[in-house]
Design a protein around this ligand. Structure first.
Ligand code: BGP
Length: 489
């Protein structure tokens, strides 16, 4: 007879757990037109308006970022000093194929990443590359209407093939599309190069289909070139609570969850789920596909799932009615918070969760929601999971050359406790990336003043400042956490 007492449970973070940080090229590299790079969709998008290109704005934050392009050595040395085991970032497509249509890649663009990856390796980090993080050559959006057009699959595959060959054995983890589901959340310009003023749900789902095919093609290409590399998907995840115990509220939660699961279901399970066909029928959406597309999707699912997690939402049965009203309105910003996504407002029907605190930009702080997310996603898919983003963005000021950001340490501590609990329960979580370990441009607001970093960068919303970097208090705290593999909190 055996006893359950002898069973060894994974009590805490496994050895080799990948602690690190995440960024995206367009939000920090700057140098938007150097060494052959041409504009990307991000480079014509000014502040504060999710997804709307504006070619006559006075200032585009991505043009300068924090000038990582010229500071990568010192910044990576700082990540190394914190003890990062992994660094997630993206490669700017428009550096490698400036228009997207060239036959040959831009050698100068590739060289920048060669140098950067060498620094990362020398500083002891594994590299995780998001192939498409809210950035694609502007030319492809202008000429083809972005991912609405099937031709994008070829252009993307050319980009993937060049990278996989060049960085075989160097980049171990690849992520195909950042927050792939956001095509359908009014962010189609950033995610898919689709003009939001004329786009329809039909366009956006068709674009998603093309991205699914491209994602599976990337899995195939990368595995063939580098059998040791792993390819994952990135979904955005916000835990959703029913507003009340009315079963109708929970039904809404399920429907809304399916809008998110749809993307990971296809990328992990390799087929369109039944509820998606139903949804398409009900909403007059017709997806054009070939049998080869579906075979590719079936045969080349991703190796692991990653997700971004910042906050939770609440939903009620009244939501369905409000969603109809809201999807017809063009401006979905909430007053005073330019980074508030309209879609959240729809979901929580204008109400905030009374049990949770909010950040100054109105994002709920909900570490339990992270635990629930991990249980939910692992329960559904049973594949290894990586937390691709999590973080706290606030306005901050330097005092005596530092920022005493105890709130950031508390936020992170509570989220780590949730991760630990999930691991103990059997969730196969293999890494965690803090969003914006160095202050970078906020994606939603375009502002520098929404700071997530452990490292402060002297640059303001107008792009002024010395660019000097300063360690915040949380820098030392995260370093200690990593050194103790999540024990010293
Ligand atoms: C995620 C995006 C990131 C990042 C983050 C924080 O959805 O993948 O690019 O910016 O949100 O959002 P924000 O920068 O708007 O505060």
């Amino acid at each position: 007879m055996k006893s359950s007492k002898d069973i060894k449970v994974q009590e805490t973070f496994p050895e080799g757990f990948l602690w690190g940080g995440a960024t995206a090229a367009n939000q920090y590299e700057g140098a938007y037109n150097e060494d052959g790079k041409l504009p990307s969709v991000a480079d014509v998008q000014p502040h504060g308006v999710f997804g709307y290109p504006d070619r006559s704005a006075k200032y585009y934050p991505t043009h300068k970022g924090i000038d990582f392009y010229h500071h990568y050595k010192e910044d990576i040395a700082e990540f190394g000093a914190m003890g990062f085991k992994v660094y997630r970032t993206s490669v700017a497509w428009s550096r490698i194929f400036p228009t997207g249509e060239e036959d040959q890649p831009n050698e100068k663009g590739l060289e920048f990443y060669d140098k950067m990856f060498k620094e990362l390796k020398d500083n002891g980090m594994e590299i995780m590359i998001t192939i498409s993080h809210y950035e694609m050559p502007l030319h492809l959006a202008d000429k083809y209407g972005g991912w609405k057009d099937r031709k994008m699959i070829e252009f993307f595959d050319k980009f993937v093939t060049v990278m996989a060959k060049r960085w075989k054995g160097i980049v171990k983890y690849w992520l195909t599309f950042n927050e792939i589901g956001n095509n359908i959340h009014k962010m189609e310009w950033m995610t898919a190069g689709i003009d939001p003023t004329t786009s329809t749900l039909q366009d956006n789902y068709q674009a998603s289909h093309h991205q699914f095919v491209a994602s599976s093609m990337a899995v195939k290409t990368i595995h063939e070139i580098d059998p040791d590399a792993k390819v994952g998907s990135v979904i955005e995840y916000k835990t959703i609570y029913p507003m009340s115990c009315d079963p109708k509220d929970s039904l809404v939660v399920t429907t809304e969850k399916q809008r998110g699961y749809f993307f990971s279901d296809v990328q992990i399970r390799g087929e369109y789920p039944g509820y998606a066909w139903e949804y398409f029928k009900d909403n007059d959406i017709e997806i054009e596909y070939t049998d080869e597309d579906m075979e590719l999707i079936k045969n080349y699912p991703v190796d692991f799932l990653s997700f971004t997690y910042y906050r939770s939402r609440i939903a009620s049965k009244d939501y369905l009615e409000s969603v109809q009203k809201e999807t017809n309105s063009s401006d979905k910003e909430v007053e005073g918070d330019t980074s508030y996504r309209g879609d959240d407002n729809i979901l929580n029907t204008g109400k905030t969760n009374p049990y949770l605190e909010l950040t100054p930009s109105g994002w709920s702080v909900d570490p339990d929601g992270l635990y629930l997310a991990l249980e939910d996603l692992y329960g559904r898919y049973q594949v290894p999971i990586f937390i691709a983003e999590n973080g706290l963005g606030v306005k901050e000021e330097l005092i005596d050359g530092t920022v005493n950001d105890t709130y950031r340490m508390e936020f992170l501590r509570d989220h780590i406790i949730s991760m630990k609990k999930a691991i103990r329960n059997g969730v196969d979580l293999f890494g965690y990336a803090w969003w914006g370990p160095i202050d970078i441009v906020s994606n939603g607001s375009g502002q520098m003043s929404k700071r997530y970093g452990f490292i402060y960068v002297d640059r303001n919303d107008a792009g002024e400042g010395t660019l000097k970097r300063y360690r915040k208090k949380s820098f030392y705290w995260y370093k200690k956490v990593i050194a103790s593999n999540g024990e010293d909190l």
